[in-house]
Design a protein around this ligand. Structure first.
Ligand SMILES: NC(=O)c1ccc[n+]([C@@H]2O[C@H](COP(=O)([O-])OP(=O)(O)OC[C@H]3O[C@@H](n4cnc5c(N)ncnc54)[C@H](OP(=O)(O)O)[C@@H]3O)[C@@H](O)[C@H]2O)c1
Length: 269
């Protein structure tokens, strides 16, 4: 039987890769993001190359009404969701006091509130049917405080914690919840978040196809938590060994712009 995956943030990066993985396994897809043209081009390609039904619902998940509108649209088109992928997200970089507060609040809306909202709207149907899988995009950032990306790290702490707890509550229901926790990954994220020149992104980043494939396999296996890549796994073990002060300091250093630090050091300030 054909099953349908709803993927948020499918216009780029990990969401786009995940949409391709679902289509390769002959699952229909519903693609959500703001950039309608990108979504439509992807939908056309998946329908042509993979023979699946690929639907597009353009939506700004920074708008609190968007999740309900998406679910209403699914009902109108008579589409039942078997796989929910809450992937849309972004970050910002810099001291919180200097940030645009409205953008920080929009980040909480996109990364946290819309994820809870879509899950809350679609989960009851999955549980009633005793079948469904949820994949949320958390991050290694969610296991530590992140100076200079403080709100972003905190949103990912929410996603990691919420999903792990949900996964436990869902035991025996036929529905699973998985959180994928990547580290730095080569997508549009670094540029959008103003973090692409940070020390973190100057280190080895994983590719979007390898991270998406890892998350997809973990979701299909019903795992609670999935951390891709040996380096990310080792880094998380180090977090457990270090003091909180040390952990905060390391994250602050990694989030800083590498070039500006070099310039400041060489100019003697
Ligand atoms: N890349 C990394 O290093 C990394 C590491 C750990 C976790 N993650 C997480 O992985 C997820 C995917 O990120 P990515 O790396 O693939 O980043 P990306 O390439 O920037 O893609 C982000 C996606 O989210 C969508 N999006 C952003 N704001 C939106 C909004 N207001 N409404 C609807 N859609 C929105 C974007 O689409 P539109 O712009 O078209 O709306 C885009 O499709 C995010 O949750 C991110 O936090 C990324």
């Amino acid at each position: 039987m054909t099953k349908t995956a709803l993927i948020t943030g499918a216009s780029a990066g990990l969401g786009l890769e995940l949409a391709q993985l679902f289509a390769s396994d002959k699952h229909d897809v519903v693609l959500v993001a703001r950039r309608k043209d990108q979504l439509e081009a992807l939908a056309t390609r998946l329908a042509t190359e993979r023979g699946v039904v690929a639907r597009v619902i353009p939506a700004d998940l920074g708008d609190p009404g968007a999740p309900q509108r998406i679910v209403d649209e699914l009902k109108r088109r008579n589409v039942e969701i078997e796989f929910l992928v809450n992937n849309a997200g972004f970050g910002t970089t810099g001291p919180f006091v200097e940030r645009d507060l409205l953008r920080e609040l929009a980040m909480v809306q996109v990364n946290v509130t819309s994820l809870v909202h879509l899950t809350g709207l679609l989960l009851p149907g999955m549980v009633a049917r005793k079948s469904g899988r949820i994949l949320n995009l958390g991050s290694t950032a969610g296991f530590q405080p992140g100076p200079f990306m403080s709100v972003y790290y905190a949103t990912k702490a929410f996603v990691n914690s919420f999903t792990e707890a949900l996964s436990y509550e869902l035991h025996g229901t036929g529905v699973t919840a998985t959180v994928s926790c990547p580290g730095a990954t080569a997508t549009e994220f670094g540029k959008v978040s103003g973090n692409d020149r940070s020390r973190l992104f100057q280190m080895r980043v994983m590719s979007a196809p390898e991270v998406a494939a890892h998350a997809y396999r973990a979701m299909m296996a019903g795992k609670a938590v999935a951390v891709p890549g040996l380096l990310n796994k080792v880094a998380l073990q180090m977090l457990r060994l270090g003091s909180r002060g040390m952990v905060r300091g390391v994250a602050a250093r990694l989030n800083r712009d590498k070039t500006s630090l070099t310039v400041r050091r060489s100019s003697g300030s």
